[in-house]
Write a protein that binds this ligand. Structure first.
Ligand SMILES: [Zn+2]
Length: 307
């Protein structure tokens, strides 16, 4: 079966102002590159379902969900913080972004899909169990991972987060949960300033200085993460797929290029193949330079699908 490409029209309607880098046009850039590269014809497109409150509450507090519902504006914006805003469509987009991950899990677990890429926004990895921040409301990858564990009884779930920012929300939600192994590199010191030692036992965190070479970053990931990943023998793999560590992305100061995303993805996919097969779920996080975002997603999805 093909690789799934899951998105939802609502993900275009959430926006936080013309000035904001986390814009609906990001999804257009991805779609354009999937089409122009020819990769789209190998993917099976699907409209995401909306996650239910029950799905969200596996990782978020009820009081927090209630608060978000109360804050949803009927018009204009509601500022949660300086750069995390809600418009009237934000919650539906957030339920769709989280729902895409659930469809992806069902696709790889039940239908034999050869991986799934969720082209969704708002992103999720900064959202903590009771806090929206960093453009994130629901932690999409955490919602999907929690669903995979409950619905399918999985007990070895790998999350690889290669966004330039530390996935503080995912770490907070799964810290010391031995069913989850989270591996990530991120620019440090940098937003959200959440990296602390000692690191929870089930996390492999690789802080990387600004302007580090991509070869150094990949080498550090391979040396520190791959032995843990192989020993863990994951049953499913999630990518918190942010592309803001790209050389052309001015949000961060790292220097990855498309080939680096392909290499990283291939290394993880190969190492996990004996235990996870093609149970690969990738969810869009950051990536704010339209051109490099689209090209990097193509490289990542191609590597994930083995195309
Ligand atoms: Zn980011």
């Amino acid at each position: 079966m093909e690789t799934l490409y899951i998105t939802h029209p609502s993900c275009h309607l959430h926006e936080m102002g013309r000035w904001h880098p986390e814009s609906p046009e990001r999804l257009d850039a991805i779609n354009d590159q999937l089409l122009s590269s020819g990769l789209a014809s190998y993917l099976l497109g699907r409209k995401a379902r909306l996650a239910t409150d029950q799905d969200i509450l596996r990782v978020h507090d009820a009081a927090y969900l209630q608060q978000l519902k109360q804050q949803l504006p009927k018009q204009g914006y509601f500022n949660i913080d300086a750069d995390t805003l809600m418009n009237p469509h934000t919650l539906e987009a957030a339920y769709a972004a989280a729902g895409a991950g659930l469809d992806a899990v069902d696709g790889v677990m039940q239908e034999g899909a050869a991986g799934a890429f969720c082209s969704v926004r708002p992103p999720g990895h900064h959202a903590e169990s009771n806090r929206a921040m960093g453009f994130c409301f629901f932690n999409n990858v955490a919602v999907a991972a929690a669903y995979a564990m409950e619905r399918y009884g999985l007990s070895r779930v790998l999350i690889v987060d290669f966004d330039v920012h530390h996935g503080n929300g995912t770490e907070q939600i799964f810290a010391d949960d031995e069913r989850v192994l989270m591996c990530s590199f991120f620019q440090h010191p940098f937003f959200p300033g959440s990296y602390q030692v000692p690191v929870p036992k089930n996390m492999v965190n690789i802080p990387v200085q600004a302007y580090a070479k991509s070869t150094q970053v990949l080498e550090a990931f391979k040396q520190q993460c791959m032995p843990r990943i192989k020993a863990f023998r994951p049953e499913i793999v999630f990518f918190s797929a942010g592309f803001d560590a790209h050389r052309e992305d001015e949000m961060g100061q790292l220097s990855l290029v498309e080939a680096d995303y392909a290499e990283l993805t291939t290394a993880v996919v190969k190492a996990c193949a004996p235990s996870a097969g093609q149970r690969l779920v990738s969810m869009l996080e950051g990536g704010y330079d339209a051109s490099s975002l689209g090209r990097s997603v193509v490289a990542h999805v191609r590597a994930m699908a083995g195309l």
